[in-house]
Write a protein that binds this ligand. Structure first.
Ligand code: DGT
Ligand code: CA
Ligand code: CA
Ligand code: ZN
Length: 575
């Protein structure tokens, strides 16, 4: 909930912007802007006044109506009126208003004079040179508008970047910045640090000795395509890939507070801030203050302790119950990569993998695993060279042969078996019974209704050799929507049947989501975190699965493949 005076002012200004575009009564519009100004310039916290039930109409420019609205904002975090206005507005105009080169006045002028309703039309107009003729625009502005519109288009509709890609782009930049003279600390914050599956932009935080040239170094990095802003404490650039990076330099004493603030999420920050208010603490990116005196802020621990909370891991900071859990000292003991004993999905040359079973085994063993399930495709997935019964028999023999090479490591006899349209499995029980772990997946007929798809998988789970449901929603992040399926119902049945759900760690799948991980934990289904590796290097995707599992509150016990081989087999066998 926004509770800072500036949050209230933002809402009022936004309402004024909308009313302005709609050509509403200028007097009303001014009233909102005045109120915003009053609230901003106030030395007292307005939320505090509301809590003490003080008469807000005593503030200049605040009448009964606006006082009621302030109360609503403080109590609910939003203003209904603003939400209504947002709904009425053509979505294209809303997006235009968010552009840095355009405010509400310009949106209005463009809309009324040129009929521009969205960024695409805006770009065309700017290209055609039509904007510079408008009063208050000019050539320079037109050029700036054109550049921003093009930038937005190039970034594409899903202008979020997958974590794996962001990592690849950011790591060299971090290595480069590490070399800065006088640098003390360097840390990525934002959604990247919270390990979200995709990130909007990258927020980097640094502390430096006085006189460091970090900002110069940052904006002259070879991969910078465009400098959006350059200042002493904050700069923003766009890299060649289109990814935006914000760098903030903060003081050592503020480092922890800034790290909490810029790690977010916003909702988490607001909740923490609100908690501080109860003890008259003011928390912001500079520190924790009591009566304008800094009482904490150097480390994140300090900040959390100042509001009587234990440290909260970044992956949990979504205001989804983590604060309540911290209050009760009941935070989950999150899963870590080192808790795993093996990987339960991988492919070899036998179907669509790139390496032999021997090579995959060797690589998995080198990762310190005790086991690797080789799960080549079954015959229905012909495109991927799926195995029929005969070939599975041979594969089983091969596993036994390869396992002779090892003492403390083994390939688990397994397959990724296709769940056919009618819910039957792609291999007969006679052969499934020879496998140790059977991983089952939907690959075809993804477009069934939710009801049918759910029934199909439930039917498949009736087969006593069904163990793990692989990539349960079939989504590819940013490319392919999940198919319709009721995973809650399926997970409930998994508890009855003794089946398991996969968290596919391929960074473009991360299937299931963090929310479903948490649901699995609550329902009591163990999650298999598997890489679905098609090559040796894919085995390293495991960490993305771990990130996602941590975001889903998973503890080691919630994860199937933390078990050593023997207990794993016992757990997997259905009666
Ligand atoms: P993203 O970039 O869309 O994947 O998500 P974030 O979480 O990285 O968000 P971003 O880059 O807009 O801002 C970074 C952090 O800064 C965010 O997680 C929390 C903090 N922050 C940003 N704006 C606000 C704000 O208005 N209020 C508060 N309390 N925190 C904010
Ligand atoms: Ca960000
Ligand atoms: Ca940012
Ligand atoms: Zn598959």
């Amino acid at each position: 909930m926004p509770i800072h005076n500036s949050d209230i002012a933002d809402i009022f200004n936004r309402v004024a912007d909308f009313l302005d575009i709609q050509d509403k009564n200028q007097f009303r519009i001014r009233a909102y802007r005045n109120a915003a100004r009053t609230v901003t310039s106030l030395s007292k916290n307005v939320a505090g006044l509301v809590e003490k039930d003080e008469d807000l109409t005593r503030l200049s420019g605040i009448g009964k109506d606006l006082a009621g609205k302030i109360k609503e904002i403080v109590e609910t975090g939003t203003l209904k009126q603003l939400e209504e206005l947002e709904k009425e507005m053509p979505p294209g105009l809303l997006q235009m208003m968010k552009m840095s080169t355009i405010g509400p006045k310009r949106v209005k002028a463009l809309y009324e004079n040129l009929g521009v309703r969205n960024i695409k039309e805006l770009e065309e107009m700017a290209k055609g040179g039509k904007i510079s003729d408008l009063e208050g625009f000019g050539q320079k502005t037109q050029q700036k508008i054109l550049e921003e519109a093009q930038r937005i288009r190039k970034r594409g509709k899903a202008h979020r970047t997958r974590l794996v890609k962001a990592e690849r782009v950011i790591q060299p930049l971090l290595d480069y910045l590490q070399e800065t003279k006088g640098l003390k600390k360097l840390q990525v914050a934002g959604s990247f640090r919270r390990c979200k599956e995709t990130v909007g932009d990258i927020d980097v935080l640094a502390t430096c000795k006085r006189g460091s040239n970090i900002m110069d170094r940052f904006v002259t990095y070879e991969d910078v395509k465009e400098i959006i802003a350059k200042g002493k404490t904050k700069s923003s650039v766009i890299l060649r890939t289109g990814l935006q990076v914000d760098l903030r330099v903060v003081q050592q004493v503020s480092y922890g507070a800034a790290l909490v603030y810029f790690t977010g999420s916003k909702a988490h920050n607001i909740a923490i801030r609100k908690r501080g208010q109860k003890d008259d603490l003011k928390i912001n990116e500079y520190g924790v203050f009591k009566n304008d005196e800094r009482v904490a802020g150097k480390t994140e621990e300090e900040v959390y302790h100042s509001v009587n909370l234990t440290y909260i891991e970044p992956e949990l900071r979504e205001n989804n119950g983590e604060i309540e859990a911290a209050v009760q000292n009941n935070l989950p003991d999150l899963i870590e990569l080192s808790d795993l004993n093996g990987d339960l999905q991988s492919h070899t040359k036998e179907s669509d993998g790139k390496f032999s079973m021997e090579e995959m085994a060797e690589a998995a063993k080198d990762l310190g695993y005790e086991y690797l399930a080789v799960t080549d495709h079954s015959k229905r997935v012909a495109m991927a060279g799926g195995l029929d019964e005969k070939r599975v028999e041979k594969q089983i023999e091969k596993v036994e042969k390869v396992n002779k090479n090892y003492k403390n490591f083994r390939i688990i006899k397994s397959m990724e078996v296709d769940i056919l349209e009618d819910g039957s499995l792609d291999l007969p029980n006679s052969i499934l019974s020879e496998l140790e772990v059977v991983v089952c997946a939907v690959h075809y007929h993804r477009d069934m209704s939710r009801k049918k798809q759910t029934k199909r998988v439930l039917k498949a789970m009736e087969n006593p050799f069904f163990h793990i449901l692989a990539h349960p929603t079939g989504r590819i992040i940013g490319e392919r929507e999940p198919y319709e399926i009721d995973l809650e119902e399926i997970m409930k049945e998994m508890v009855n049947n003794g089946c398991f759900i996969e968290l596919n760690a391929q960074p473009d799948r991360l299937d299931i989501s963090d929310t479903y991980c948490r649901m699995a934990r609550e329902i009591g289904v163990k999650v298999a975190i598997s890489t679905d590796a098609h090559s040796i290097s894919d085995l390293n995707f495991m960490r993305f699965g771990i990130y996602q599992g941590r975001r889903g509150w998973l503890e080691p016990d919630d994860v199937l493949n933390t078990r050593p081989y023997k207990s794993l087999l016992k757990l997997v066998q259905r009666n």
